[in-house]
Design a binder for this molecule. Structure first.
Ligand code: OFO
Length: 196
């Protein structure tokens, strides 16, 4: 086994003797992997809670969103490893399983997405500063994606004020949340796994 590890290390050196990705950028990208992985786990947990509460459209919306976040994470895995770095499987803990209301779920998503945007912007700013235009360019997809994600979450939160939660309000909101996916597909950037 030890022999095998030494051999693969040597192979890696042969393949990637030099690289332009700095260790600092690599570590920031690995932090972003953690964030995307957390988003995926967070939304999966929210989807499951919605399912148990009978918010079936919101559940479907969130199951799909969770999968998209996983793809965002995998895209970073591909980039880091192709650039000669090492993408690290993140440790994900402290995921909430229950929520006080459907409204709270979407408020939490909006707050979380704003944090993701800040994190992406921080890495973009760093890459620009050190003239790593390759990573800067790679991250532009995330910059555009974040605009869509924030808008989508904000639209969902707005539904609670527009429709109101009384009577069949919550049922209607759940229906409308199901339709938000179409809104995202019509107005957003490409979101398939093999994005660019
Ligand atoms: Fe919703 O965060 Fe990914 O990019």
């Amino acid at each position: 086994m030890a022999k095998k590890t030494a051999q693969s290390k040597q192979n890696k050196q042969m393949i990637t003797p030099k690289r332009s990705l700095t260790t600092e950028t690599e570590s920031m990208l690995n932090e972003q992997i953690l964030m995307e992985g957390k988003s995926s786990a967070y939304y999966l947990s929210m989807a499951s809670w919605c399912d148990t509460e009978g918010y079936v459209n919101s559940a479907q919306f969130l199951y799909k969103h969770s999968e998209e976040e996983r793809q965002h994470m995998l895209k970073l895995f591909g980039y880091i490893n192709d650039a000669g770095g090492h993408a690290l499987q993140p440790e994900i803990t402290d995921i909430r399983h229950t929520f006080n209301s459907l409204k709270e779920v979407f408020e939490l998503i909006l707050a979380h997405e704003i944090e993701v945007t800040k994190s992406i912007n921080k890495i973009v700013d760093h890459c620009f500063g050190i003239k790593d235009f390759t990573t800067f360019n790679f991250l532009q997809w995330y910059v555009t994606e974040q605009r869509e994600e924030e808008t989508l979450a904000r639209r969902a939160v707005e539904l609670f004020d527009i429709i109101g939660e009384d009577g069949i309000g919550l049922w209607t909101i759940d229906q409308e949340i199901g339709k938000l996916e179409n809104f995202a597909e019509e107005s957003g950037p490409e979101t398939s796994p093999d994005m660019q």
